[in-house]
Design a protein around this ligand. Structure first.
Ligand code: FES
Ligand code: FES
Length: 154
């Protein structure tokens, strides 16, 4: 089946019941999304589909054929990081980093819909995401900064 990921259409040879996370990592070598719980309970695997945050560990590719999937790799590159990536680097918001790609994709989905999201809205959006390292304060700073960058502030 065909999957549109980060603006490129890929022919994927996988069972339609396969969760997107495995296809991203094993078939497409897009390794940003992480396997944490595999149950939709930690947020490590979150990516976007048509602008909405989804748990890739429990979403079969069969329901994604007509949707535009975006992963952290689609937000920018090492040489040219996007606003969300720049903000997380500036804030040094990662410790082990395991939770960070999912956090960033959820925050990206929020800010694309609500560019002026308040801190309360950011906290509420990120509530399903677990971080074992306790970097929550820096993550909140990073998302606030990403909002500024996305609104054109330097
Ligand atoms: S790995 Fe998907 S929510 Fe935990
Ligand atoms: S930075 Fe380690 S789990 Fe969040």
């Amino acid at each position: 089946m065909k999957l549109d990921v980060n603006g490129s259409v890929h022919d994927v040879d996988a069972d339609p019941a396969t969760p997107l996370l495995y296809v991203l990592r094993d078939n497409l070598s897009l390794n940003a999304a992480r396997f944490g719980c595999g149950l939709g309970q930690c947020g490590a695997c979150v990516v976007m589909a048509d602008g909405e945050a989804i748990y890739s560990c429990i979403t079969p590719i069969s329901v994604l054929e007509k949707r535009k999937i975006k992963t952290l790799e689609g937000l920018g590159t090492l040489e040219k990081p996007g606003p969300m990536q720049r903000a997380f680097i500036e804030a040094q918001a990662a410790q082990c980093g395991y939770c960070i790609p999912g956090m960033m994709m959820r925050a990206q989905a929020l800010l694309e819909k609500t560019p002026n999201a308040s801190e309360a809205e950011v906290r509420s959006a990120l509530q399903p995401h677990l971080c074992r390292c306790g970097t929550h304060t820096r993550i909140l700073h990073a998302v606030a900064r990403a909002g500024e960058l996305m609104r054109g502030k330097s």
